[in-house]
Design a binder for this molecule. Structure first.
Ligand code: NAD
Length: 499
């Protein structure tokens, strides 16, 4: 067990600056209007720094810097860009613990997840896209005896990126790595709830990139996000966040006819078929672990398995087992590596989850465990902690249909295969899903029949860089990760040449 010291205290791995500026053109640049907002840590609820409340003027300054840097970066040989991306990955790995403390302090999540998943994945994303861009080839095809078609990949130029607060560094890297690999310059706006850890990363890698290739401007959605997404000078906007905001982003982008990538909300079903039974110890245990993934990252995961569908034949023993397991989830100081669940990312999010705990009860859902605030006492008493909660009810209830984005799972039972798939697909969303069955036919069929971009079969919550990720239905447009991501950050030029 390790308990990391709080930032700024004796023995800590980092000290946050009391005030951050925007990172533009390789410099720290104050917002034009001189306005800042306070950033509290969800761990204690106390403010630890302030960051710019930027406006359209600051976005313009950042786009100026990105436009100045884009041509040279776009012409930098692919092999050189790949070397730089690999160096960034090295730098992340060399500073893994420091970044983990920064991310934990900014977001409230358990440090063990930053150390074991978020940051190793972030480093691997840079390595993956360093390799992917080198492996990418243009095409040449003969049209007739005299004519040949050449296909080239060209960077788009300056791209805008807007990210949410649930995995600030990893969601940033999912967008930054492929955009840089493809030769674009970036203006990125972090979420106002977690503005700092991505700045710590930017500072850490600043010397590895030409000035102006990566610019970070903080601020609120309408004041800073909208001027970025609707700017005539950006060539693409990539967004992760709520479905309602995604609709606005599409409207802004439509004015400038630029492509969008939207990674939006979800209400992912996790289906446990009847052959998951207590007579197969190892698999029974693995399936229970898959169920409790609803509490990973405090449930603040767009693919959170927030609807568990359990076949009637195993419902009683399975629910007893997972309820006991959920009660054993260790909540505590997020900087302690033994802690499994940390704080919700913001007070607003905490309040939203608490309101859904009331809504669930009011609409008649049964609370199997949890159902309230977790009071962890001491220094943590001002933090935003929620008990992992299991509701039992029916798929028509609001707690089954609306994204709570907290450690809350809504459980319903089903009779047969068709019932399971119909219920799983009875949602606005189509981002993630889980299927648990040892019967290959059932598992495969369900994987194909569920309308979602990612279906985990007999596992849940793995995010390798080379597996395409994205949503069906109201969960988004486009994919992240995988080679195909490069296409989202490049133009294809065709030269049709007659000799
Ligand atoms: P949000 O939409 O409120 O905010 C996301 C970002 O958009 C923030 O940076 C915010 O400042 C900005 N923003 C808000 N209004 C804007 C506007 N009008 N114009 C431009 N930018 C604007 O979402 P959130 O509450 O921060 O994030 C949680 C949501 O993100 C959940 O719905 C979750 O499912 C989703 N999410 C999806 C994925 C995915 O990959 N699909 C990953 C993580 C989170």
């Amino acid at each position: 067990m390790t308990v990391y010291a709080q930032p700024g205290q004796d023995g800590s791995l980092l000290t946050f600056k009391p005030r951050y500026e925007n990172f533009i053109g390789g410099q720290w640049v104050a917002p034009k209007n001189g306005s800042y907002f306070e950033n509290p840590t969800p761990i204690t609820g106390r403010t630890f720094c302030e960051v710019p409340a930027s406006t359209a003027e600051d976005i313009e300054t950042a786009i100026d810097a990105a436009e100045a840097a884009a041509p040279a970066w776009g012409k930098t040989p692919v092999a050189e860009r790949a070397v730089i991306l690999n160096r960034i990955a090295d730098r992340i790995e060399e500073n893994l613990e420091m970044l983990a403390v920064a991310e934990t302090w900014d977001n409230g999540k358990a440090v063990r997840e930053c150390l074991g998943a978020d940051l190793p994945l972030a480093a691997d994303h840079f390595r993956y896209f360093a390799s992917a861009i080198r492996a990418q080839e243009g095409g040449l095809s003969q049209i007739d005896d005299d004519t040949v078609a050449y296909h080239y990949h060209e960077p788009l130029g300056v791209v805008g990126q807007i990210i949410p607060w649930n995995f600030p560094i990893l969601m940033g890297v999912w967008k930054i790595a492929p955009a840089l690999a493809a030769g674009n310059a970036i203006v990125l706006k972090p979420a106002e709830q977690t503005p700092t850890s991505i700045l710590v990363l930017a500072e850490l890698i600043a010397d590895l990139l030409p000035d102006g290739v990566l610019n970070i401007v903080n601020g609120f959605g309408l004041e800073a996000g909208k001027p970025l997404a609707s700017n005539k000078r950006i060539r693409k906007i990539a967004f992760t966040g709520e479905t309602t905001t995604g609709r606005l982003i599409m409207q802004y982008a439509s004015q400038n006819i630029i492509p969008v990538t939207l990674e939006l909300g979800g209400k992912s079903p996790n289906i446990f078929f009847g052959d998951v039974n207590a007579h197969d110890d190892a698999y029974w245990d693995k399936a229970q672990e898959g169920f409790t993934m609803f509490a990973l990252n405090q449930g603040e995961v767009c693919t959170c398995p927030s609807r568990a569908l359990i076949q009637q034949s195993i419902a009683d023993p399975f629910l007893d087992a997972v309820t006991e397991r959920t009660k054993k989830i260790v909540q505590g100081n997020p900087l302690d590596t033994d802690t499994m669940m940390g704080a919700q990312a913001s007070n607003d999010q905490f309040e939203k989850i608490m309101s859904y705990l009331d809504i669930g009860r009011q609409e008649g859902a049964e609370v199997l465990t949890g159902g309230g605030r977790a009071d962890l006492g001491g220094d943590l008493s001002g933090g935003y902690y929620v008990q992992p909660t299991i509701f039992k009810g029916s798929n028509k209830m609001r707690v089954f249909q609306e994204e709570i984005f907290g450690p809350v799972v809504s459980v319903a039972t089903f009779d047969d295969y068709d019932d399971a798939i119909t219920t799983a697909n009875d949602t606005l969303y189509g981002l993630g899903a889980g299927v648990w069955s040892r019967n290959g036919n059932i598992a495969y069929r369900a994987g194909r029949d569920i309308q979602a971009g990612r279906v985990w079969v007999n596992n849940y919550h793995a995010y390798p860089a080379h597996a395409a990720f994205g949503g069906y239905k109201a969960s988004g447009i486009g994919r992240e990760n995988h080679l195909m991501m490069l296409d989202h950050y490049q133009q294809t030029k065709n030269l049709l040449v007659s000799y």
